[in-house]
Design a protein around this ligand. Structure first.
Ligand SMILES: Nc1nc2c(c(=O)[nH]1)N[C@H]1C(S)=C(S)[C@@H](COP(=O)(O)O)O[C@H]1N2
Ligand SMILES: [Mo]
Length: 543
């Protein structure tokens, strides 16, 4: 039987066909065995390696594109990243197919099967190493390794069988000139159709089963996220329940439903930690090394409740990466007292299950008993995506300074940069005062005698520094004071309302705020990197 070269594009096509079921089966493995999902792990690994500016450029580009397309960033950013990860892996599979055909053409190898197995291992080994090495993924275990081995060997063998089949000239047609090519084309086409059909079937079954397992496994979490809202907690019991200044219809909820709270994490999926076996080691410069279980933290320290607004430093002015809920935990001061911290200690280095880390100044901890190791949100154990079983909170800093999924606290005497600080973001990351127009509520017009008032409303936030004034101006006119609703606590946003005498036409509304001590909000427009966005938020409407 003669061998002929096969177009490398045929290799790419075969790669495209057989990498789909590979991805589907890896997904099934993840759901079935709690296995790492390599396309995501590889993407996590690459983004951990890339220099800060490249990452920031990528994130900026993605967010700009979403804003341009009118997509909600808080909900869709992770999905977009996951899509990129899948695409990247898929393209690698296509490329591997192309390369394989190229090499076999050049070498005229007869040992395709072995070559295919080698190719499978060349593709699979780095992928497996990266996936297993990832700090946020489940430990692989023997079954997991076997699963990867089977999948990638299968992938490589299929690739080589395809090459063999496509490169084999049909003996029957060799004699008949002219018809050679057309019969071959038909045979190749039939083969590719069979291959494509098998690939599609495996993909559909694998992905379908995986999705089924996925939704049943997460049901508890989904229910938690969808049923527990501020209302269930009883908004009537909120400290500002009787405030006469009420939110304008269309203002975001003062107390964010858990399912709507924004989520930010470095990996493509939240880190899952078993709360039963989890323990928090407090080590380093201490007289007394501690190993604390979740029950220790709950039972041995007075639980503290704090209404908290958390926000992300990477948000633009008016960002949706901000939310408010009730945080419950143990005061870090009390926990550290039990560890008997050495006098020369200066910092805490906090590490997380996903490979994230940050450093906290011990002077800050000593100055503020509100700083807590938090285990509950909204009266329930932290949802997985928000850092179960433990996260830290300290006031007046952006989220990037506050690790979730805490796995260790080391007491140290030398400063170490945190994960995002190493990637070019601000070391202190103090909250920038900001105010936002949520709604110009033309459909809630208030009739007062001969006047029609349009209520305008939104939020203002400046960490724990308070908001003393919010002002609105219309069409560049004079700044006028809005009414302020008393906040849920000194560490949450403030809801404001402004009533504007209606005038038909096209109008621009702007808002600014002043901090508790009289410091005005920075009006200059500055982008979020490295220290948090500033600028005036505005909203235009044709009324
Ligand atoms: N372990 C860990 N902690 C983390 C992060 C992370 O990626 N990993 N992201 C930080 C950032 S940038 C923000 S804004 C907040 C977001 O918290 P949330 O997802 O609960 O809203 O978590 C912070 N803590
Ligand atoms: Mo963030």
């Amino acid at each position: 039987m003669n061998r002929k070269s096969v177009s490398i594009w045929m290799g790419a096509l075969v790669g495209a066909l057989i990498t789909l079921p590979l991805i589907a089966l890896m997904y099934l493995g993840q759901q079935l065995l709690g296995q790492a999902f390599p396309p995501y792990e590889v993407f996590n690994w690459i983004s951990g390696l890339l220099p800060g500016p490249v990452i920031t450029f990528g994130i900026d580009l993605m967010i700009d594109t979403m804003l341009l397309l009118g997509i909600n960033v808080a909900n869709s950013a992770k999905i977009a990243e996951q899509g990129m990860a899948l695409l990247l892996f898929y393209l690698s599979g296509i490329f591997a197919g192309l390369i394989f055909f190229l090499i076999l053409n050049r070498l005229q190898l007869k040992v395709d099967l072995i070559a295919g197995m080698i190719m499978g291992i060349l593709f699979g080994l780095p992928v497996a190493v990266i996936s297993i090495d990832d700090p946020g993924s489940a430990p692989a275990g023997f079954i997991g390794l076997l699963w990867f081995l089977v999948l990638f060997l299968g992938w490589g063998i299929t690739l080589s069988l395809a090459y063999k089949r496509l490169s084999a000239a049909e003996p029957a047609v060799e004699t008949e000139d002219g018809e050679v090519s057309s019969v071959e084309v038909i045979n190749r086409r039939q083969f590719l159709i069979v291959l494509g059909g098998a690939a599609a079937a495996i993909t559909v079954v694998g992905a379908g089963l995986g999705t089924l397992l996925n939704t049943s496994g997460n049901r508890d979490e989904d229910e938690l996220l969808s049923t527990h809202t501020g209302e269930e907690n009883g908004e009537g019991s909120f400290p500002n329940a009787n405030d006469p200044v009420t939110p304008v219809p269309g203002t975001r909820p003062e107390y964010t439903p858990l399912k709507d709270h924004y989520k930010v994490f470095i990996e493509l999926e939240p880190t899952e930690i078993d709360g039963e076996t989890w323990q928090l080691p407090i080590t380093g410069l201490v007289g007394n090394t501690l190993m604390l279980t979740l029950d220790d933290l709950r039972d041995n320290y007075q639980p503290r409740d704090q209404f908290v607004t958390l926000s992300c430093i990477s948000g633009r002015v008016g960002t949706s990466l901000i939310g408010t809920t009730m945080w419950t935990g143990a005061s870090l001061q009390e926990v550290l007292a039990d560890a008997d911290v050495d006098p020369e200690a200066r910092y805490l280095h906090i590490t997380s299950g996903d490979g994230f880390y940050e450093t906290v100044d011990l002077d800050l901890v000593a100055s503020d008993e509100r700083i807590m190791l938090c285990y509950d949100w909204d009266g329930h154990p932290l949802p997985v995506e928000h850092g179960f079983p433990l996260r830290i909170w300290y006031p007046d800093r952006f989220g990037m300074k506050q690790p979730k999924w805490i796995t260790g606290i080391e007491v140290i005497d030398e400063y170490r940069e945190g994960y995002w600080v190493e990637r070019g973001w601000d070391e202190i990351a103090q909250i920038k005062a900001t105010s936002v127009i949520d709604t110009v509520a033309v459909d809630a017009i208030i009739e007062t005698g001969d006047q029609q008032l349009v209520p305008i409303g939104g939020i203002a936030f400046s960490g724990d520094r308070g908001i003393s004034k919010v002002e609105v101006r219309v069409d560049g006119g004079p700044w006028e004071a809005a009414m302020l609703r008393s906040p849920l606590s000194e560490t949450t946003w403030v809801i404001w309302r402004f009533e504007w005498p209606f005038e038909a036409g096209e109008h621009t509304f702007e808002v600014r705020c002043t901090e508790g001590d009289g410091t005005p909000q920075i009006e200059e427009t500055v982008k979020s990197r490295p220290s948090g966005a500033t600028g005036i938020h505005s909203s235009s409407a044709n009324l």
